[in-house]
Design a protein around this ligand. Structure first.
Ligand code: NAD
Ligand code: DAU
Length: 342
C-alpha cells in the first residue's frame, strides 16, 4: 500500500502518519505539505528516518507539482491539507478559498487523471453550522456554514461530491468534530489554554463561555480515518464524533484543575463574530457500518494532553516564537542530505 497524505506536517496529519505507520508498518507514505505556519516537521522528527516515509514540500494549488507527484503509483490519497483556524478566516478569508477550495480541486483533478483508486477527503462538522439544544447533525443534514473557514470546507465537500456524481470518482468524505491531543498548534482552544496557564498568562474565553464543542482525542479520529480508508463506501459521508458536547468554560476549568492553576486566570473576552453556539453530531452510521467508536474518555484524553504539553515545552516555545519555521532549511534539509549519503 502506498499512500499520499496532504497536510501531513499539521496537527491531525502528523498524528495520522505516526498512527498509520505504526499500525500498518509495510505501508509507504509520502507526505506533501506546503509548510505554512501550521506545518511543523518537528511533529514527525521521530519517524523521519524511516525508509517507508518521505516528505515532499509543495502547495496543493500547484497543479504541475501535484500532477507530477501523482505519477507515483499511489493506492490512495488522504487529503488533510487546508487552512484550519476559524479566527484566521474571519481576519482574512482569501487564503482559505485558495487552499481549501482551489487546492482540493487540483487534488481531485490529479487523482482523477491518474485513476487513483481511493480519495479520502477529511472534512469537519462545522459545515453543518450551529445545532439547537439536543439536536445533532446526520450526514443528510443541510449544510449551513457560518464562518469563511466552514464555508470553504463545505465548498470543498460539494466539489468532491460533484466528482463522485460526474466522474464516478472514488471519494469518501469524513466530517469530524473538534480534535485535541499532542502537536496541536497553540492557537486552538485547548493548547492555547494549557500553554497560557503554564506561563501564568490569562486564558481568553470568548463570550459567555457556554458555546459547546464535541471534543475527540486525535488518535480516535485517526482510527476512524483508517477504518473509512479500508471499508468506507465510495460516495458516502461519515460523521465522526464522541457524542458528548461540552461547554468551553467546562473544558477550561478542567484544564486549570489538571494544571493546578487558579480559575482567576480566566478572562471573558469579546465574542468571536458569528460564533457557532453548539456543534453536535450523530455518528451512528460509522459505528453501525464500520464498527468504529471513540474510545478515549475526555478526562483521560485531557490529562494525556496536559502531560504532553508539560513535557514538550521546547516544542511549545518554538511554535509560539515561530522558531520551528527555520527547521526545514536549517536542520531538515541537511539531515535528509546526510541520510541520503548513508
Ligand atoms: P493544521 O492547520 O494543523 O494543519 C494543516 C496542514 O496543511 C499544515 O501542515 C499546513 O502546512 C498544510 N497546508 C495548508 N495549506 C496547504 C497548501 N496549500 N498546500 C499544502 N499543504 C498545505 O490543521 P488540522 O487541525 O491538522 O486539520 C487537518 C484537516 O482536518 C483540515 O482539512 C481540517 O479542516 C480538518 N479537520 C480538523 C479538525 C480539528 O479539530 N482540528 C476537525 C475536523 C476536521
Ligand atoms: O469542529 C471542528 C473544527 O474544530 C475544525 O474544523 C477546525 O479546524 C478547528 O479549528 C475547530 O474549530 P473551532 O473554532 O471549534 O476550534 P477553536 O479551538 O478555535 O475554538 C474552540 C471553541 O473555543 C470555540 O467555541 C471558540 C472558543 N475559543 C477559542 C479560542 C482560540 C475561546 O473561547 N477562546 C480562544 O482563545
Amino acid at each position: 500500500m502506498k499512500l499520499l497524505v496532504t497536510g501531513g506536517a499539521g496537527f491531525i496529519g502528523s498524528n495520522f502518519i505516526r498512527y498509520f505507520l505504526n499500525v500498518h508498518p509495510s505501508t509507504e507514505i509520502v507526505n506533501f505539505d506546503k509548510l505554512t505556519y501550521a506545518g511543523n516537521l518537528q511533529n514527525l522528527a521521530d519517524i523521519d528516518a524511516q525508509p517507508n516515509y518521505r516528505f515532499v514540500r509543495g502547495d496543493i494549488c500547484d497543479a504541475e507539482a501535484v500532477e507530477h507527484l501523482c505519477e507515483q503509483p499511489f493506492d490512495a490519497i488522504v487529503h488533510f491539507a487546508a487552512e484550519s483556524h476559524v479566527d484566521r478566516s474571519i481576519a482574512a478569508a482569501r487564503e482559505f478559498i485558495r487552499a481549501n477550495v482551489e487546492g482540493t480541486l487540483v487534488m481531485l483533478e490529479a487523482a482523477r487523471k491518474r485513476k487513483i483508486s481511493r480519495f479520502l477527503h477529511v472534512s469537519t462538522d462545522e459545515v453543518y453550522g450551529s445545532m439547537a439544544p439536543k439536536e445533532s447533525a446526520t450526514e443528510q443534514s443541510q449544510l449551513a456554514p457560518n464562518s469563511p473557514y466552514a464555508a470553504s470546507k463545505a465548498a470543498s465537500d460539494l466539489l468532491v461530491r460533484s466528482y463522485v456524481q460526474t466522474h464516478k470518482f472514488p471519494a469518501v468524505i469524513t466530517r469530524c468534530t473538534n480534535n485535541y491531543g499532542p502537536y496541536q498548534f497553540p492557537e486552538k482552544l485547548i493548547p492555547l489554554m494549557i500553554s497560557n496557564a503554564i506561563e501564568g498568562k490569562k486564558l481568553p474565553v470568548y463570550g459567555d463561555g457556554l458555546n459547546e464543542r464535541d471534543w475527540i482525542f486525535v488518535e480516535d479520529h485517526c482510527r476512524a480515518l483508517d477504518a473509512v480508508l479500508e471499508k468506507g463506501r465510495i460516495g458516502e459521508i461519515y460523521n465522526i464524533g464522541s457524542g458528548r458536547p461540552v461547554p468551553n468554560i467546562g473544558i477550561v476549568r478542567s484544564l486549570l484543575k489538571l494544571l493546578n492553576a487558579p480559575d482567576g486566570l480566566i478572562e471573558f473576552v469579546q465574542d468571536r463574530p458569528g460564533h457557532d453556539r453548539r456543534y453536535a453530531l450523530d455518528d451512528s452510521k460509522i459505528r453501525r457500518e464500520l464498527g468504529w467508536e471513540s474510545k478515549v474518555e475526555l478526562d483521560a484524553g485531557l490529562k494525556h494532553t496536559v502531560d504532553w504539553y508539560r513535557t514538550h515545552s521546547d516544542w511549545v516555545q518554538e511554535a509560539k516564537s515561530g522558531e520551528y519555521q527555520a527547521y526545514y532549511e536549517k536542520f531538515y534539509v541537511k539531515r535528509r542530505a546526510t541520510l541520503a549519503q548513508l
